[in-house]
Design a binder for this molecule. Structure first.
Ligand code: SF4
Length: 383
């Protein structure tokens, strides 16, 4: 079984003010009353974990407030949750505490309050610096609000700032992507996440693509945009440390790394996923059912699976391959499974994987097909 490298907590805040056309996350439209009920349930969920003590006395290395849009909750509500987490689990002195925000869901005051409460990184969903592109995918807000809130976050004392970007948006040209990247670099964030737009099932974007009112993302163009991002961001002093993530020296996300290096984490809130001591489990993706379960004093867990040692080794390998530096094969436990190591050899032969010293990692070509590589490795265990 994998050796855990840390302990983390994820909190899924299931509210947004409206749903972007491409978004398939579990969420509800924010209402004050629904938020109060959710917070009450979240406190109960925390209390249950406090009684169970799944991490023993080991404090958390990271907390990630995601969603949804966590900052649909007030800064006071978020501070209260953070304080309860601190009491329940304990935090390492240098713990990373990240909160995602839509730039128009925060103010100078709320940012100052969040910083004082102990949040260490603001993560803004910028997505694009072109207002027409944002509009086409039903993304509320403007690039100007991103610029203003990055400045406000700095004034509030945040020295660690992430911006999320998307490429391959409808109508987006290479030139406009380059312009977005330049403007983002000028904002001097410490961390960037760049994702290719994908058409998810059940989204308004999927309906528009089916009707032909919006063209599906062009894979070749997205590959060009990915290359351009790596080029521009590397020249600007960022390191691409994971398939979709770039950072300034010393600002790799500890929380993300926990996922990719086999650490244990607990997810709170509807639809949140957890991994503890080889068991993967997930909460119900329904706010009413989540609330009902916690009113009855029971965990809202609906799926749970104890991974076999082979599946665990394979997952560790798949996650470790997301890191640019890859992972030592020996560390994953994969060497004990011949079909898995044979598949690794085949993928090396196909120029998808390569060794660098002790580490196995994706090649440049393999990065383009990371999902295909993952599926091939998982399937090898069934052979
Ligand atoms: S703000 Fe984020 S979580 Fe909310 S709908 Fe848009 S993409 Fe989804």
């Amino acid at each position: 079984m994998r050796q855990a490298t840390g302990r983390g907590l994820y909190i899924h805040v299931p509210f947004c003010h409206q749903r972007c056309h491409f978004c398939a996350f579990y969420l509800e439209i924010h209402h004050a009353r629904a938020a109060e009920d959710f917070l009450s349930s979240l406190m109960t969920e925390l209390r249950l974990y406090g009684e169970q003590r799944p991490f023993g006395t080991e404090p958390l290395q990271s907390i990630y407030f995601g969603g949804g849009t966590p900052t649909t909750l007030s800064s006071q509500q978020l501070a209260t949750v953070l304080s309860a987490v601190r009491e329940t689990f304990g935090l390492q002195e240098e713990a990373e505490i990240i909160v995602e925000a839509h730039p128009e869901s925060v103010t100078q005051d709320s940012l100052s309050h969040l910083r004082q409460a102990g949040f260490t990184r603001m993560s803004f969903g910028a997505e694009s610096m072109n207002p027409v592109e944002l509009n086409r995918v039903g993304r509320p807000g403007s690039p100007m609000s991103t610029v203003q809130m990055v400045t406000a976050a700095r004034q509030a004392g945040f020295t660690d700032l992430n911006l999320d970007l998307m490429y391959g948006l409808p109508g987006q040209s290479i030139e406009s992507w380059a312009a977005s990247l330049r403007q983002i670099v000028d904002l001097a964030p410490t961390h960037l996440s760049c994702y290719a737009l994908t058409v998810e099932d059940g989204t308004a974007l999927q309906t528009a693509v089916r009707r032909g009112t919006i063209a599906a993302p062009d894979e070749t163009r997205q590959n060009e945009m990915e290359d351009l991002a790596e080029d521009v961001l590397t020249r600007a002093g960022f390191t691409r440390y994971e398939i979709s993530n770039y950072c300034r020296p010393g600002f790799a996300s500890r929380h993300n790394q926990l996922h990719w290096t086999g650490g244990d984490y607990i997810g709170l809130g509807p639809s949140a996923q957890s991994y503890v001591a080889g068991r993967r489990f997930g909460n119900v993706s329904d706010l009413s059912a989540y609330n009902a379960s916690l009113r009855n004093g029971t965990f809202p867990v609906t799926e749970s699976e104890q991974l076999t040692a082979a599946d665990d080794a394979c997952e560790r390998l798949v996650f470790g391959l997301r890191l640019t530096e890859g992972i030592p094969l020996e560390e994953t436990g994969a060497l004990a499974y011949s079909t898995l190591t044979q598949k690794v050899d085949e993928l090396i032969h196909d120029d998808m994987l390569e060794y660098q010293g002790e580490r196995v990692r994706l090649t440049t070509r393999g990065r383009r097909y990371a999902d295909t590589v993952a599926v091939a490795l998982l399937a090898s265990l069934e052979a």
